[in-house]
Design a protein around this ligand. Structure first.
Ligand code: TYD
Ligand code: MG
Length: 452
């Protein structure tokens, strides 16, 4: 086969160049040029085909009922927007060793249990290795088949012949096409492979799950190129040392993106965590200063978590501030607000803020929790363990409204909390809140006075 013509593209701004360049003349970024195959076949038959293409009026488009099917994991279905969409291309990204292969093999197990024909294609592990993993996970039915292959052309042939309903490609970085000279895992190979799988998914009506490893910068290799091409992007994340894993929707053409699913890595594979709040709060210490329960919304689901702070006198001139699980700049800002508005002498103190459980949360509604944890540690006074708080804190120390207050309150009540500190404007007088006392505050000073 003749070698295809290639061209170099900047991955940041799309600048085209015939030769490779270190710095992009368009956006001045370094090292962003990648080689890509371009095929410009403007033959007469293609011209004729083009003439046959006609736009359609919106009203003339027939609505087919979207027939989703369940992955067998309600948590995954939720992140996908209510189940798997047939003929969609789903990218599952994550750090190596986080559990992507395990998750997708379990999805294969569940799908094959529903008599859906599934093909698991691995370019990373041998059939024996997959079998060992499968034995840990449990029993499989016969509608799952396995293949160890990395050649795109071979896989194309197999899919067209076998026509399975769902396919897992583990991983996209190991796939290569003979048409491109660069090595597997390079951006042009990954891009070519993803494009080919997109066509297979749409053309044959197969749902394809792609596994993608992330780079040091935390994006699926081939900066952003993959994310543009696929229908849905999910990130599987979590602390490798902790057992829980979070599946986060980053892009979804068929549903909302901010949903998360929570899993726990066990000896026999991944198990769903139906009530993440309970799970996150399970290790909360009793009668400890600098600890308070806050509430963060992840999509439509409220998650209660413990915010911890440790404030102690600094031994050096410049105080240390560290935040784990949340934004350090936000913590600095909130400490400046406390210093100025509550006259706390925090500039003489080191402060460490931690969202317990190794989870990462950046919602502004956590501000009040961070503030109260810091004040609690500074004043050496405990906050009642049945109290929960949420609210955004502004630069004047005002407590600002947050969305979905009702869901947060209901979640707190469900878990047995009896007091809720929230922005005054978010208190709805019509809401029935038996069992939980709502304390609306409009300034951090008031919040501190009410519970410390
Ligand atoms: P894996 O799915 O191979 O990660 P990835 O494909 O994202 O690189 O997950 C590997 C980790 O999961 C490994 O450290 C072992 C652990 N594990 C369990 O704890 N229990 C299990 O049942 C399985 C299959 C794996
Ligand atoms: Mg793997």
């Amino acid at each position: 086969m003749a070698k295809a013509k290639t061209i170099y593209f900047c991955q940041e701004c799309g600048y085209e160049s015939a030769k490779w360049q270190g710095q992009c003349p368009g956006c001045r970024q370094w090292n962003t040029f990648v080689e890509e195959v371009v095929e410009r076949k403007a033959t007469a038959s293609a011209q004729k085909q083009l003439a046959a293409v006609r736009p359609v009026i919106l009203a003339d488009i027939e609505m087919k009922r979207e027939e989703r099917f369940s992955s067998g994991f309600p948590e995954l279905d939720r992140v996908l927007g209510g189940g798997i969409v047939p003929a969609s291309l789903v990218l599952v990204g994550g750090d190596p060793g986080i559990g992507k292969s395990t998750l997708l093999l379990q999805v294969c197990q569940k799908l094959s249990g529903q008599n859906i024909s599934v093909l698991y294609i691995s370019g990373e592990e041998s059939l024996q290795q997959i079998k060992i993993r499968a034995q840990r996970i449990g029993a499989f039915t016969d509608s799952l088949s396995l293949l160890c292959e990395t050649s795109l052309e071979q896989i194309d042939g197999v899919l067209r012949r076998e026509k399975p309903q769902a396919v897992v490609i583990d991983s996209i970085q190991t796939m290569y096409s003979d048409n491109i000279s660069s090595s597997p895992g390079s951006v042009s190979q990954v891009r070519e492979a993803t494009g080919a799988f997109m066509q297979l998914a749409k053309g044959l009506g197969i749902t394809i799950f792609l596994v993608g490893h992330v780079t040091k910068e935390g994006v699926v290799a081939g900066p952003r190129v993959l994310e543009h091409m696929v229908d849905t992007v999910l990130y599987f994340e979590g602390d490798r040392h902790a057992a829980y894993r979070i599946l986060r929707g980053v892009k979804n053409r068929f549903g909302s993106t901010n949903e998360i699913g929570v899993f726990e890595m066990r000896e026999q594979g991944l198990a769903e965590v139906a009530n993440p709040s309970e799970y996150m709060l399970s290790g909360k210490p009793k009668d400890a200063t600098g600890s308070v329960v806050a509430c963060s919304m992840e999509g439509t689901r409220p998650i209660l978590l413990e915010v911890q702070a440790l404030v102690c006198r600094t031994n050096f001139g410049i105080p240390r501030r560290t935040a784990a699980g949340t934004d350090t700049n936000r913590v600095n800002l909130l400490m400046a607000v406390l210093e100025k508005r509550l006259n706390l002498r925090l500039s003489e103190c080191d402060a460490y803020v931690n969202i317990a459980g190794g989870i990462k949360m950046n919602e502004p509604a956590l501000d009040l929790g961070i503030v109260l944890a810091i004040v609690s540690s500074y004043k050496e006074r405990c906050i009642d363990e049945k109290t929960i708080c949420f609210g955004e804190v502004g630069l004047s120390g005002e407590v600002r409204a947050v969305n979905m207050a009702k869901q947060r309150i209901l979640e707190a009540r469900k878990l047995g909390f009896t007091t809720c500190i929230l922005p005054k404007v978010s208190v709805d007088p019509k809401m029935r809140t038996d069992g939980i006392a709502l304390i609306g505050v409009d300034h951090v000073q008031e919040a501190v006075r009410r519970i410390l």
